[in-house]
Structures are given as structure tokens and as C-alpha cells.
Design a protein around this ligand. Structure first.
Ligand code: PRX
Length: 670
């Protein structure tokens, strides 16, 4: 392997667009060289029992598993889909992530450097402090009756108490459901109604950049909505940040308690519940192509092993010397696996940041990198593009000398953004781990390994251990060699979701009905002559806006909840920073006139029903929508109109009323 920073590598890179790992990265890596990767990968497929046992044994189990290590059926034609890993075993992920480090004498090691929204606001939490925080929250939860198998909803900003509260639920066998603090009261209420918790944990309110976010007030409204629909939450625990008198929200006597009165006084010792490997660990709601968001359910043992193994190999985390920073919020799967669980399972020291990368200016990330000497930095392409747009000076005014590894997640990273990230942020010496995975997969699936995989800008490269991808054509035939098609996975991996909470049929329908015997990812991909996988984006009606996954059906149903909107059709258009932005075609009731005020009202409706991040950028008035004779909306046609490419409409012979197209073109921009 040659040094990516030297001249030879650069020339080589311009010839075949490959970036080789620098020697310094290879020397310390857990997996060295492509052949090292290939050997282990082959073994992970040919002898999964021995491969996964070896990995799992690096963690603590109260009871060992029986053989085989994985039992499954992925083919609905052979009966219900089921997946189980580490059957018969018992463990506790919270014990492994927290207590285990303290027992190993690492109580004084920093678990979290917390950086608040505003500069100068910071806290440090050691593993010993984390353990006592977790135990005190656990004792509070137990005091209000939470027990194994109960649901708890978390609606918080990114403070250390959030990962601590997640680990607390896991400690006592409760199931956490974290709802991202950007969701609206109605969206939070929907999630509460689905998982029916008796306790909600929240924060009074916080600043995101220059904007106050009234989290408690949103919880108050959500609980009122859910009560109106038949579910009452009896306990709300609130961490005080901004005073309620400033940010809004109130305390309801008998239901709401502050952290200070309810948690701080609890004993800081609490036994763990040893849980079966297949006990539910958490639900995380995510968008699909149809209907309401689904609760993706992950279980204790397999998820724990997947989170630990990928964090270790993909980021080559060396707990003694690394300072790791993943910028994700715990409200998304990246925050679950690569903030809360993966790094703690390895006893790593990490930075967590409550603010946004552009506050108070676009240099904030690099100032934090220098402040804490961050060595591993993991973020989303949308953030990289937003920072790139602000210019290099915000980056180069900081040293960033501590960085050795970069990561990307959430959407395809365009080669231009990749190169800027590599050359400017990483100074040409830090390999980029472009990690493809999903809420459903629980952990990385297709990703480079730092000391093993030559990189190609914009490419997620090769499958992780135990992951067997395939590319299918539309009829479900497996394609061989270089090809382009639909990405599926042929066998289960430990951190695979087990079901949709409360709706196993929907799980089978969504992921296993299109192609029998395979897990359907919803993504398209291209495989090149090196066997590298290039993710090309969703093949279903799911949008990816700034790395946030949003279903077209959800936005459409929010729009039609407005009294004058009869019908709506939503498509994605390319966006330079957000990757995709939301473009909505809206048909109004007869007698309603389009106006700017109405446009604003419709956007406000989406913000209210889902959250600000799902707001359409464009509302296109549509007296009619292009439909087939059977009434199906032809989104392909709408996508072309939105992108000003109506000269490339393709076959429109199935349109019921072809004149609609011209009408829509004329109304564009009106
Ligand atoms: O389309 C893929 C895209 O994000 C989807 C999963 O979204 P979500 O469940 O919210 O999880 C995001 C964080 C893992 C995928 O189906 N995606 C995620 N990572 C990548 C990606 N697309 C291309 N390259 C990636 N590295």
C-alpha cells in the first residue's frame, strides 16, 4: 500500500480513481490489506458460527447461545419470516456498554465530551459518572412502575442524558423509542399512540443554532392529542435546560416531574436485567413508501454484536488513543448505533454536539475537532455540501491535525463533495468510510475498511463481514458481474430488524414479498468490475432530504389534511445541498384560488403534521394530475415536469388525459 498523500498515489488516483490507505492507517488497522479483508469475509460467509462466536465472545454474556448461531426463514413461501441470533443466550447491552468499562478499571475515562449549542457551554461525563446517571434514571423509571417489556418514549435534544436514558431502558429491559426532536407534536403523538408508553422523557427546551426549540411544549401538545385518541401517558420526566418561562410549556401536577426532583435523589446503584438475546431492545420509527411510519424493531443480542463489530472494524477504534465524533442525533439510527451503543461498547471516548455545524459559523465542526483532538469524524453528505458551499477558509483556519479517519452516511455522496471532504477537510491523509446501511439493517452493510479497502469517490465499496448482497433485475433474476439493478441481501446478519412493531405482516410485505427469499433494501445499485457497490438511491417512493428519510405518502397525506387541498402528489428534485428537495403538485377544491398565502398555509400544514424538515420547497398548482386510465398517478411524468425535462417524458400513451402535461408545464413557477 502506498501513502495517499504522496505524489505517486495522486497520479495513480487520477488514472483509476482509487485512493489507497496510507501506511500509517494500515499499520494500526484491525484488518490489513484487501486480502486480509477477503479472507475474513469468506470465513464470515462459509463459517458464520465460528466467525460470529468469535466476535460475540469479546462481549459479556450471562448465558451462552446454542448452536446454530442463527436460525431463520426469509422466504415467505416457506412460512412466516423469522430471524433469530444467539438463541438461548442472555445478555444486557447496557451492562456491556457502561458497567463493563467501569469494572475493567476505566471508570475515569471520558465517555462523553458534550459540546452545547453555544460556544463555551460544555460538560464531561466519565464512564463512572455515566453508570451512576444510568442507575439513577433506572431507579426513577422503576419507581413509576416501568418493567421489562414496557415502552418508554424519549423526545430530547442531544445531551448526555439522552444516550444515558437509552442505556437506562436497556438496563431494565424496557424498550426505548427515541423520537427526533425535530418532529412535530402530531408526529410525536402518532408514535406515542403506536407504542403506548406510560412514560415520556424530555427536555424543557433548547437552542438549535439561533432558534429556541420548545421540546416540553411539544410534548404537552402531543400528549393532549394522544389522550384525545385514547392513550394517556401518566409520567413525564423533564430535564431542565432553558426555563419553561422562556421557551413555553408547563408542568402538569401529578404527571410531570423535573430531573432534579425525580432523578438526582435516586440511589446510584441498580441491578441489570439479564435479557434473552431476542428480547426487544428498541423501536425506531421510519418512513416507507406507503402509510404511516413503521416501528422498526431491533433486539438485544444481535444488535449489540452488530453495533460493536462495525464500530470496531469500520472506524478502527482504538479506545486508548482515539477521540471519536459522530455528528448524528440519537433520534436517528446513526445516533443509536454510532453514538449510544457502538462507541460505548468499545469503551471509547466520544464528542457529542447539541448544536448545528453552521453555528455560530461554518467553522464550528473544525473548532470542535481541534478542541477535543478528534481523530475520527463521521457525518452526512448534506453537512459536507453545506460546509463546502461556505468556502475553504472556515476549514483551513483550524489545524485538524488530530484527524485520521472520516466517515459519511445517510445518502449517496457525490464525488465532488467526497473530494472536498478528502482533500480539504482531511488534508489528503484521512480515508473516507462511505457507509451504506439503513434503520432496518441496524449497522453498516456496505462500507470500506480503513486499512484494507482502496476507495473510489462516491462509492460505498464492499460488503461488511457476514453481509451477502445481490443485484436483481426487475423480474428478480440475480445479475452477475458488473451490472445495475435492485440491491437485496441474501441472508440475515445479526443486527437485522426482526419485525415491524405490532405488524409482522407489514414487515413481510415490505421487505420480503417483492423478491422471494431476499431482504429487499429499497435501494438501487450498480456493481462495477472490481465488485464495488455504488448505491444509486431509492427505487421506491421514499425521499431523502438532507439525509432524512421521508415517505411521499406522508407528505401527501399532510397536504390533503388542509381543507382546500383535494389531491397532492410529491416528487423529489435534485438539490445542491440537501441532495433532494420536496416538490409538491397540489390540486385545490373547485372554487379555491391559488395564492401565496395559501402556498404558505400548505407548507405550514406539513411542518405541523410532520416537522419542519419535511416542508416542500415548491408547491406547484395542478388543476389535474397525470394519471393512467386506472387512476394511478404517473410520478415519472411529474418528476420530469418538476426537473424542467418535459422533452424527455418517454412513453405517455397510457395517460388518461395527455393535455394535463401541457397544463402543468404552463403553471410551473406560477
Ligand atoms: O437510500 C439509502 C440511504 O439512506 C437510506 C436509509 O435511510 P435511514 O434508514 O434513515 O438510515 C440512514 C442512516 C443509515 C438507504 O436506503 N443511504 C444511507 N447511507 C447511504 C445511503 N445511500 C448511499 N450511500 C450511503 N452511504
Amino acid at each position: 500500500m502506498s501513502d495517499a498523500g504522496d505524489q505517486k498515489t495522486k497520479e495513480q488516483a487520477s488514472i483509476d480513481d482509487k485512493f489507497f490507505p496510507p501506511d500509517a492507517i494500515v499499520e494500526r488497522a484491525y484488518v490489513q490489506g484487501l486480502s486480509g479483508y477477503k479472507d475474513l469475509y469468506e470465513r464470515s460467509l462459509s463459517d458464520p458460527d465460528s466467525f460470529w462466536s468469535e466476535q460475540a465472545e469479546t462481549l459479556t454474556w450471562h448465558k451462552k447461545w446454542s448452536s446454530p448461531i442463527c436460525k431463520y426463514n426469509l422466504n415467505i413461501e416457506n412460512g412466516p419470516v423469522n430471524i433469530s441470533w444467539f438463541d438461548g443466550a442472555e445478555t444486557n447491552i447496557s451492562w456491556n456498554a457502561v458497567d463493563r468499562n467501569v469494572e475493567a478499571g476505566l471508570g475515569d475515562r471520558v465517555a462523553f465530551y458534550w459540546e452545547g449549542n453555544d460556544e463555551g457551554v460544555e460538560r464531561t461525563v466519565t464512564y463512572a459518572q455515566l453508570k451512576s446517571m444510568v442507575c439513577r434514571i433506572a431507579n426513577y423509571l422503576k419507581s413509576v412502575g416501568v418493567k421489562r417489556g414496557d415502552d418508554v418514549t424519549l423526545y430530547m435534544s442531544l445531551v448526555p442524558e439522552l444516550p444515558a436514558a437509552m442505556a437506562t431502558c436497556a438496563r431494565i429491559g424496557a424498550i426505548h423509542s427515541v423520537v427526533f426532536g425535530g418532529f412535530s407534536a402530531e408526529a410525536l403523538a402518532d408514535r406515542i399512540l403506536d407504542s403506548t408508553p406510560n412514560v415520556v422523557i424530555t427536555v424543557s427546551g433548547t437552542m438549535r443554532g439561533p432558534k429556541p426549540i420548545p421540546l416540553k411544549a411539544i410534548v404537552d401538545e402531543a400528549l393532549q392529542i394522544s389522550e384525545g385518541k385514547g392513550h394517556t401517558v401518566h409520567h413525564v420526566l423533564m430535564l431542565e435546560q432553558l426555563p419553561l418561562s422562556d421557551v413555553g410549556g408547563s408542568m402538569k401536577a401529578g404527571r410531570d416531574v423535573t430531573w432534579r426532583e425525580a432523578v438526582d435523589s435516586q440511589p446510584d446503584d441498580c441491578p441489570v436485567e439479564w435479557m434473552p438475546a431476542e428480547a426487544p431492545l428498541f423501536k425506531l420509527y421510519t418512513s416507507g413508501s406507503t402509510g404511516k411510519p413503521k416501528g422498526v424493531l431491533h433486539t438485544a443480542g444481535g444488535y449489540m454484536v452488530g453495533a460493536m463489530v462495525t464500530t470496531k472494524f469500520v472506524f478502527d477504534v482504538q479506545p486508548v488513543s482515539d477521540v471519536y465524533w459522530c455528528t448524528a442525533d440519537c433520534g436517528w439510527i446513526t445516533g443509536h448505533t454510532y453514538v449510544t451503543y457502538g462507541p460505548l461498547l468499545l469503551g471509547a471516548t466520544q464528542v457529542i454536539f447539541e448544536g448545528v455545524p453552521t453555528w455560530p459559523d461554518a467553522g464550528r465542526c473544525w473548532s470542535i475537532v481541534d478542541k477535543y483532538k478528534v481523530t475520527i469524524f463521521y457525518t452526512a453528505p448534506t453537512a459536507i455540501r453545506a460546509l463546502h458551499a461556505r468556502g475553504d477558509a472556515f476549514v483551513t483556519r483550524y489545524s485538524r491535525a488530530s484527524l485520521r479517519l472520516l466517515g459519511s452516511v445517510g445518502e449517496p455522496i457525490n464525488p465532488e463533495a467526497w473530494r472536498w471532504y478528502y482533500e480539504v477537510v482531511g488534508g489528503g491523509r484521512c480515508p473516507i468510510m462511505d457507509t451504506w446501511w439503513q434503520t432496518e439493517t441496524g449497522s453498516h452493510m456496505i462500507t470500506p475498511l480503513p486499512g484494507a479497502t482502496p476507495l473510489k469517490p462516491g462509492c460505498a465499496t464492499l460488503p461488511f463481514f457476514g453481509v451477502e448482497p445481490a443485484v436483481l433485475d426487475e423480474k428478480g433474476n440475480e445479475l452477475q458481474g458488473p451490472c445495475e439493478g435492485i440491491l437485496v441481501i441474501k441472508r440475515p446478519w445479526p443486527s437485522m430488524m426482526r419485525t415491524v412493531a405490532g405488524d409482522h405482516k407489514r414487515f413481510e410485505q415490505t421487505y420480503f414479498s417483492a423478491f422471494k427469499g431476499y431482504y429487499f433494501t429499497g435501494d438501487g445499485c450498480r456493481r462495477d468490475s472490481d465488485g464495488y457497490y455504488w448505491i444509486t438511491g431509492r427505487v421506491d417512493d421514499v425521499l431523502n432530504v438532507s439525509g432524512h428519510r421521508i415517505g411521499t405518502a406522508e407528505v401527501e397525506s399532510a397536504l390533503v389534511s388542509h381543507p382546500v387541498c383535494v389531491e397532492a402528489a410529491v416528487v423529489a428534485v435534485e438539490h445542491a445541498i440537501k441532495g433532494q428537495s420536496i416538490y409538491a403538485f397540489v390540486t385545490l377544491m373547485t372554487g379555491s384560488e391559488p395564492s401565496d398565502a395559501l402556498r404558505k398555509e400548505l407548507i405550514a400544514t406539513v411542518r405541523k403534521v410532520i416537522g419542519p424538515f419535511a416542508a416542500p420547497d415548491v408547491i406547484h398548482w395542478a388543476p389535474g394530475l397525470p394519471k393512467t386510465r386506472s387512476g394511478k398517478i404517473m410520478r415519472r411524468v411529474l418528476r420530469k415536469i418538476a426537473a424542467c425535462e418535459e422533452d424527455q417524458l418517454g412513453d405517455t400513451s397510457t395517460l388518461a388525459d395527455p393535455s394535463v402535461v401541457q397544463q402543468l408545464v404552463e403553471l410551473r413557477g406560477k
